[in-house]
Ligand binder design. Structure first.
Ligand code: GDP
Length: 294
């Protein structure tokens, strides 16, 4: 994970630490190298710009130039600025205060939406809750069967209604959940390869029916900057409550996880770190910055 970025940054830091006291030029050069490393990691250019301004301003201050360990000060500034850009030190929890609590999952095809729906249901089941999965991805026929299978594996019921009309499935699932005393309802909605009008309209309709506490977009970390652009589009249309970033176990370059919060102003709430049902974790920016900086 983030291997290339990590290697480049550690090269910049090593170079600084060999210099003893630092000059303004040393710092400017280091900032430029960090900038290039971030751009190569597919971090959104707006994020890189903001980051560079932040780091430069602070690192050119007296505290760094006069410090006995200026390289350490510089690393601290890079670390703190990355954490801030990724949403600070807090963890953003999923809201499930209503009964039933509706969690709507959206995202492009292949992002890991269906798998994540099951992972999430399993997490709540383990906590003693009574979740219901709703299969409303009627565009990818295999998605409904996939969710039914996953539901069977983890012992969580899956509501799929007539398997045809996503809006009707959603309406009926609401009644079904109330009748069967499900306290958490997770809806797997349709994804496409690309964003289109009809899909967005359907998602808006589903949102209006459910008034969900959470509308989370599932985003594949491996896709890079395109993923951040579609996240922005989804958020503009649906006013998301946050993101679940998947496939962080793969060799993603880091761009998505670093950029998405800053570009959309919505938090990353969970991360997918593998294909298995338990591979879903809470997201703490600090931990990921720790990994990026090695
Ligand atoms: P959907 O089209 O968005 O519903 O995507 P799926 O849930 O079918 O997932 C697509 C592929 O991504 C499947 O092979 C999943 O096993 C895989 N996948 C999902 N989440 C993760 C993850 O966090 N890590 C890895 N390595 N694979 C994942």
């Amino acid at each position: 994970m983030f291997e290339s970025l990590q290697k480049k940054l550690s090269g910049v830091f090593k170079n600084l630490s060999g210099k003893g006291k630092l000059t303004e030029k040393n710092i400017k050069d280091a900032v430029r190298e960090v900038k290039l490393a971030l751009l190569e990691a597919d971090v959104h250019y707006k994020v890189v710009k903001e980051f560079v301004e932040k780091v430069k301003e602070e690192a050119l201050g007296e505290k760094v130039l006069e410090s006995l360990t200026p390289d350490q000060e510089f690393i601290r500034i890079v670390r703190d600025s990355l954490i801030e850009i990724m949403g600070g030190n807090k963890n953003n929890k999923i809201n499930i205060s209503k009964n039933p609590a509706f969690i709507m999952l959206t995202g492009l095809q292949g992002s890991g939406k269906t798998t994540t729906a099951a992972k999430l249901a399993n997490k709540y089941k383990k906590k003693g809750r009574n979740p219901l999965l709703v299969a409303a991805d009627t565009y990818r026929p295999a998605a409904i069967d996939q969710l039914i299978q996953l539901g069977q594996d983890i012992g969580v019921p899956v509501f799929s209604g007539d398997k045809k009309d996503a809006v009707k499935i959603t309406e009926d699932s609401k009644k079904y959940a109330q009748r069967n005393l499900h306290d958490i309802v997770i809806i797997d909605t349709a994804g496409r390869l690309h964003i289109d009008e009809i899909m967005m309209k359907e998602l808006e309709e589903i949102k209006n029916i459910l008034e969900p506490e959470e509308i989370l977009m599932v985003v594949d970390a491996m896709v890079g900057q395109d993923a951040v652009n579609s996240a922005k589009e989804f958020n503009d249309k649906l006013d998301l409550t946050g993101f679940i970033i998947t496939k962080l176990d793969g060799d993603s370059r880091g761009g998505v996880i670093i950029s998405i919060q800053y570009i959309t102003n919505k938090p990353v709430k969970l991360v997918g770190v593998g294909e298995k049902i338990d591979d879903l974790e809470e997201f703490y920016p600090e931990r990921y910055v720790g990994r990026i900086l090695g």
